[in-house]
Write a protein that binds this ligand. Structure first.
Ligand code: FAD
Length: 445
């Protein structure tokens, strides 16, 4: 069986490794247009945070490691057209056209930082840094800048704002919603972080939709929103990413937003063609409706699912809960499942409960604020948000599993856990409980 995979990032690499695990004699070919593979998209943030000393260290896997597993990696190969009737892929390598055939094709071409709504956002002066060469260019440009404007207060934008303000840059962050990180958090939960951003001098412009970016002669850029404008040395595009699928043929069905339509087995509308990662929509939790959730864990899990279903459908994708965790502006924050704000659109009767819980048994221990979002009637957990000044990020994975396995608040009260006074409270923070001594309910709605 000859398996061709287009795109060698998280989704493509996960699919390749899983195909190798399942089919020892499969011929596996990864086609990647960059000069390297396995770059970590937030490499620049890792560098600014001093977690790595060089952008060249921001890789999760190498070509050599893959080739040791008999996975052939073709780099600097740009796929230009696929022909699903003839089962072939046309690509350009070294300015020459070539064609490769396949038995099974996996499309893992991901996404880029693009905006069709903001005129001028494709210009060179607008920084994007998902790829290694973009990050190198962005690093040099930011180092030479005093002021930076960031468009979009999602995870990428807020992380960048934090790291650049630590470098004494003047940071303006422009967001069309009325608070930051709205996809993952309710306003009440993210308020302390937003307050900290203001204290750190971030010029936060909320409820502002950017319409254009104009490059100025002196290398600066002017960003326009409504009747207002800001001018800065550098602009970072932190808005939602989008796929580029110009190479598909007409047989592959797309969604309205130009992502590839797949079923729960990652099968496209064409037999033997699968699509995974940031170029598809996914089911959110148990819903059959699909949405666009470009996150690494989805890319990896869909890659594994596609590999499992190459011959026949064996493993269905269980859905995404949009789980995230990060550390910004001196807080650790994490979220999984639906927010209370978005529950208004689900038709479900949802209740939310916010509580503060000590992280260890010691009386002076730091606290974590937890928001539980659950079904009013069944008490099944639907979403959770955490914020603390201590690193409690792993706890969100427990809560994601609780949602995936449909645990109720009562089940969570009975959840087994380890106790050690230095590391846990007399009852674990993720065991829903109602003793005032260990938790401080702020509100119930
Ligand atoms: C700055 C930044 C930081 C992020 N941080 C996080 C984070 O902390 N946590 C998280 O969960 N998510 C994060 N994300 C999102 C995450 O990067 C994506 O969800 C993830 O990279 C998707 O993986 P993928 O394999 O589907 O696609 P991609 O990583 O986009 O990779 C697609 C690959 O396909 C190749 N390709 C594309 N077209 C062609 C073609 N025609 N021919 C050949 N090759 C092609 C590309 O060169 C690329 O290597 C971040 C995104 C950005 C932009």
């Amino acid at each position: 069986m000859k398996v061709v995979i287009i795109g060698a990032s998280f989704a493509g690499v996960a699919a390749a490794l899983e195909v190798r695990k399942k089919y020892s004699d499969a011929e596996i070919i990864l086609l990647e247009k960059q000069t390297t593979l396995g770059y970590i998209p937030n490499g620049l943030h890792l560098y600014w945070e001093n977690k790595i000393s060089d952008l060249d260290a921001a890789y999760f896997i190498t070509k050599e490691q893959l080739e040791k597993q008999n996975i052939h990696c073709y780099l600097e190969v740009s796929v230009e057209k696929i022909h699903t009737v003839h089962k072939s892929v046309d690509y350009i390598y070294d300015e020459k056209e070539a064609t490769i055939t396949y038995d099974k094709l996996i499309i893992a071409t991901g996404s880029s930082q693009l905006s069709q709504k903001i005129s001028g956002s494709g210009g060179e002066s607008v920084l994007k840094y998902k790829r290694h060469h973009e990050a190198k260019a962005a690093l040099a440009k930011v180092e030479a800048s005093q002021s930076v404007a960031i468009i979009g207060a999602g995870q990428v934008g807020v992380e960048a704002a934090d790291l650049l303000s630590q470098q004494q840059k003047q940071v303006t962050l422009i967001e069309s919603m009325d608070y930051v990180l709205f996809k993952y958090f309710d306003q009440d939960m993210i308020q302390p972080l937003q307050q900290k951003m203001l204290e750190k001098g971030i010029d936060l412009r909320l409820n502002k939709t950017v319409s254009s970016i104009e490059a100025e002669v002196d290398q600066q850029a002017t960003i326009r929103f409504g009747n207002e404008a800001v001018t800065s040395d550098t602009v970072i595009l932190g808005v939602n990413v989008r796929p580029d699928l110009h190479f598909l043929d007409e047989h592959i069905r797309l969604h309205m937003d130009q992502t590839i339509a797949v079923d729960r087995y990652m099968r496209t509308s064409v037999e033997d063609v699968f699509a995974v990662g940031d170029c598809i929509q996914l089911t959110f939790g148990e819903d059959d409706e699909t949405v666009y959730i470009p996150l690494v864990n989805n890319a990896v899990r869909t890659g594994v699912v596609a590999a499992a279903n190459l011959i026949q459908p064996e493993m269905a994708f269980k859905g995404s809960l949009r789980t995230i965790g990060t550390s910004i502006f001196e807080y650790y924050i994490a979220s999984t499942g639906i927010t209370e704000a978005e529950s208004l659109f689900t038709g479900q009767t949802v209740k939310a409960y916010r509580q503060e819980v000590r992280l260890t048994s010691l009386l002076d221990s730091d606290i974590v604020t937890i928001k539980w979002i659950y079904d009013e009637i069944s008490h099944v957990l639907l979403g959770a948000q955490l914020i603390s000044t201590s690193n409690m990020l792993e706890k969100i994975n427990t809560l994601a599993l609780a949602i995936q396995t449909k645990q109720t608040l009562e089940d969570l009260q009975q959840k087994d856990y380890f106790f050690h006074p230095a590391y846990s409270q007399m009852i674990s923070a993720t065991n829903f409980n109602s003793w005032q001594e260990v938790r401080d309910d702020e509100n119930e709605s």
